[in-house]
Ligand binder design. Structure first.
Ligand SMILES: [Mg+2]
Length: 202
């Protein structure tokens, strides 16, 4: 079983720096990224989702993703899918759900620079499974991301822990509460998160 999947394939950094003043779009020159959880963050958290027909964007999620991209963030999808490791569904079904989600987002097929689907169940040795920050670490190295400007955002404490473990910024999305020993900003939705981080300088 492959443990992490980049879909669409990760793009390599530009070989030469952009000319000063050249209009290159945000994806070429950006050094900051948002790593996004999927279930309960971008789409409605359907229990062990495996049917693309059940993919449903959360309110204003597409708008939030557009705002983040316009502000120059590279976007990465980072999702634990233990249903694969448990044998409930296949990696291929996760790909199909992701394709449907990307279709609904409507920002084109390359909206995510990279996608990590961690298939391990909690009882299996974690390779990419959150809160392991390995995917973030690898993406930071590959894309020369600035950790101080980058974020992990998700609806579970484990998402926040992943961001902390990767030494990037971390935000909790939704209505869950953080334990007392974890400090991170909490936003009610991906949209309010996007509005906040795109208002910051840098
Ligand atoms: Mg989630």
């Amino acid at each position: 079983m492959r443990t992490c999947h980049a879909w669409p394939p990760l793009r390599r950094p530009a070989a030469t720096p952009a000319r000063a003043g050249a209009s290159t779009g945000p994806d070429v020159t950006s050094k900051k990224a948002v790593f996004l959880d999927r279930d309960g963050t971008i789409i409605r958290d359907a229990h062990y989702l495996s049917d693309p027909a059940q993919v449903e964007l959360l309110p204003d999620a597409a708008k939030a993703i557009g705002m983040l991209r316009s502000a120059g963030f590279l976007l990465f999808l980072f999702t634990n899918q233990s249903g694969i490791g448990r044998g409930f569904f296949t990696l291929e079904s996760v790909h199909r759900c992701n394709e449907r989600m990307v279709e609904l987002i409507g920002s084109g097929p390359a909206v995510f620079t990279g996608i990590c689907i961690a298939p391990e169940s909690p009882g299996q040795p974690a390779v990419y499974r959150k809160p392991n920050p390995r995917f973030i670490d690898e993406s930071v190295a590959r894309h020369q991301l600035d950790r101080s400007l980058s974020w992990m955002a998700g609806d579970k404490v484990i998402d926040v822990e992943t961001g902390i473990n990767a030494k990037i910024n971390a935000a909790l999305i939704g209505t869950r509460r953080l334990p007392e020993n974890i400090t991170a900003p909490v936003y009610e939705s991906l949209f309010t998160f996007a509005r906040a981080v795109t208002a910051r300088p840098g």
